[in-house]
Each structure stands twice: as structure tokens, then as C-alpha cells.
Design a protein around this ligand. Structure first.
Ligand code: T6T
Length: 327
């Protein structure tokens, strides 16, 4: 083989190797680094972290996990996000914004620093990232909360025979997930003229507050027949209040989020319905799409909906349903 030909072959081989490396890492020699910034300490967010870790291992992405805040709120979340961005080594950050509006400026600021953003579980603005003014996040990956609220309304209505007083226990008015659940529930019960919604209370994601608020609602309206707890702390507090009031089985409880506590309560007859979201998939998909975006220039769908699953006493022990429990 002529020397010049050999040089050409070696150069070609080196270029292919370099290109390959570039494709896998996004940047030659640099591993992709994604940051998962949970919104609060709860089993739902642990599941997102679990899914993210599995995808990061599969794709060889470095996953940085920030602290799990002890309470819900932009004032707690914003400094954490800023500190993570200030590390200077993050390519993509995914988080569940604690408020539709209050998180817009900080996420935009982080995006302008060159960090891609995916919101999981909750969104900012109106959640439609396909048009301005908020089109900078790569995607919103989360449940169709409005649809879930509508379906809960129909199922609860059936459980209470289509009539009577109902009550909603929820967390905050400015959080997209729970706000949509409440809106969907209100829409769903419009179909039942004999059902009256007697109150919606906000517990700021505190189970103790939820329990106290439901206890007070039951005192004010002893004839409440149905309660919708819009997330795990709301639902756990709600059923405890009903148990304490000696109304188990009399007041039907529809709950959101499949914690082990709520699943056991369903089995024990203290809760009547549990909607399981798919947080593991949310975390997995955030890392997977981020990886594809950087390495394959993939067009990330602006909205990804992993779906949900209903647990009832009939299916709660089905082997194939167990994967939906947050554990
Ligand atoms: O219901 C989830 C999540 O979807 C919501 O946005 C906040 O509350 C949970 O984390 C459950 O506590």
C-alpha cells in the first residue's frame, strides 16, 4: 500500500471515530450532564427520579439530582434552580415548576444561560410551548390532569348515586397540575344537577392542613357524601379526617396518586378510588428525549402525556397493576 493511501485511510478512520464520539456525547469528549430538580419531597417525585436514573444509565448521561425541598413553593424552588444552573456544567435541566407564573422568569434566565429546559408534571404559562410568549422549554411531560379530573368526577358521581354534596381538597391555586384537576372535576360534575360542590380548600401541600380542612368541612356540612383529594397529601389528609369522623364508607373518597399508603387505604375500604400517574415514565422520557435532542438532533414533541391508571377495589391486587404503585 502506498504511504499516501495509508495516511488517507487512517485519517478517514479517525474522522469516523471522532464523529461517533461527538454523536454519543453531544460534544466530543464531554459527557452530557442533565439536572433533575424535584419540587418537593414525596413518593411521586422519587419515582420521577427513579425513571430518570434508569434512562441516564441506559444512555450514558450524567444525572445530577438537586436536593428534595421539604415544602412546596417558588421561594424554596427558585434558589435551588439558580444554584444548579450556576454550576456551569449542566446541559439540560428538568423540573416541576411550583407555580405557573412565578417560575417563568427564572426558567427563562436559566435557558438564556444555555441550559435546555423540560418541565415535568407541571407547566409554566398556559402549558402550550408551541407558541410565544413561552415557547423556550423543549417539552412539557406530564399527565392530562384536566381529563383525569373529569373522569374522577364521573366515577365519584357513580359511587354516590348521582346526588349529594361533594368537597374538593387541593394544594394551591397557581399550580398547573392540581388547578387542572379541580377544573376538570368541576366540568365533570356539571353533568349531575343533583350534585352540589360545597367547597374547595387549599392546603399548600401539607397533609396536616388537608386533614384539618376536611375535618372542618365535615363539621360544616355533615351530609357530604363524596370528597376528591387532588394529590397525595390532600387525599391522605382527607381520608384520615373521614376515618377520625367515623364516616368511613359513608363518605366516598376519590384520590389522586398511588402511594403505598393510599393503595393500602383502598384495600382497607378507607378510600374508594386511586388515580395513578406515571411519574417513572415522566423521568425516563425527560432524559431519553433530552439525550435524543443533543445526540440525534431529534425534534422533541412539545407535549408528552404518559397517561394514567385507575385503581379500584376490583383491580387493586391484579399483578399487572402493581407497577403503577409509587414505590
Ligand atoms: O400529584 C403529584 C403531582 O402531580 C402534583 O403536581 C403535586 O403533588 C404530587 O407531587 C403529589 O404529592
Amino acid at each position: 500500500m502506498k504511504r499516501s493511501f495509508k495516511v488517507l485511510v487512517v485519517s478517514l478512520l479517525l474522522s469516523v471515530l471522532f464523529l461517533g464520539l461527538f454523536t454519543v456525547t453531544g460534544f466530543a469528549g464531554k459527557k452530557l450532564k442533565f439536572a433533575w430538580c424535584p419540587t418537593i419531597t414525596d413518593p411521586f417525585y422519587f419515582m420521577i427520579g427513579k425513571g430518570a436514573k434508569a434512562a441516564a444509565e441506559k444512555y450514558g448521561v450524567d444525572l445530577f439530582v438537586s436536593e428534595y425541598p421539604k415544602a412546596w413553593g417558588p421561594e424554596i424552588q427558585i434558589p435551588i434552580l439558580k444554584a444548579v444552573a450556576a454550576r456551569g456544567d449542566i446541559d439540560l435541566m428538568f423540573t416541576g415548576p411550583a407555580s405557573k407564573d412565578a417560575l417563568i422568569p427564572v426558567l427563562k434566565e436559566i435557558y438564556d444561560m444555555g441550559i435546555e429546559i423540560i418541565t415535568v408534571d407541571t407547566y409554566i404559562g398556559d402549558g402550550d410551548y408551541t407558541h410565544p410568549p413561552i415557547d423556550f422549554p423543549l417539552s412539557f411531560i406530564g399527565t392530562d390532569n384536566f381529563q383525569g379530573g373529569v373522569e374522577i368526577a364521573h366515577r365519584l358521581a357513580k359511587m354516590i348515586g348521582g346526588k349529594g354534596k361533594v368537597f374538593v381538597e387541593t394544594t394551591n391555586p397557581d399550580v398547573s397540575s392540581v388547578a387542572e384537576r379541580v377544573a376538570g372535576f368541576k366540568k365533570g360534575i356539571e353533568d349531575y344537577p343533583d350534585i352540589k360542590l360545597v367547597g374547595v380548600e387549599y392546603n399548600l401541600d401539607s397533609q396536616e392542613k388537608a386533614q384539618a380542612q376536611v375535618a372542618a368541612a365535615l363539621q360544616a356540612n355533615p351530609d357530604i357524601v363524596g370528597i376528591f383529594g387532588t394529590n397525595l397529601y390532600s387525599a391522605q389528609g382527607a381520608y384520615q379526617a373521614v376515618v377520625n369522623a367515623g364516616l368511613t364508607g359513608v363518605v366516598k373518597i376519590a384520590s389522586w396518586d398511588a402511594t403505598v399508603d393510599l393503595i393500602n387505604a383502598l384495600k382497607a375500604g378507607k378510600v374508594d378510588l386511586v388515580l395513578a400517574q406515571r411519574p417513572y415514565d415522566m423521568g425516563y422520557l425527560a432524559v431519553e428525549w433530552g439525550y435524543k435532542y443533543f445526540t440525534q438532533n431529534a425534534k422533541v414533541p412539545k407535549r408528552i402525556n404518559p397517561g394514567f391508571f385507575f385503581f379500584t377495589r376490583e383491580n387493586v391486587n391484579d399483578p399487572e397493576a402493581q407497577k403503577f404503585i409509587y414505590k
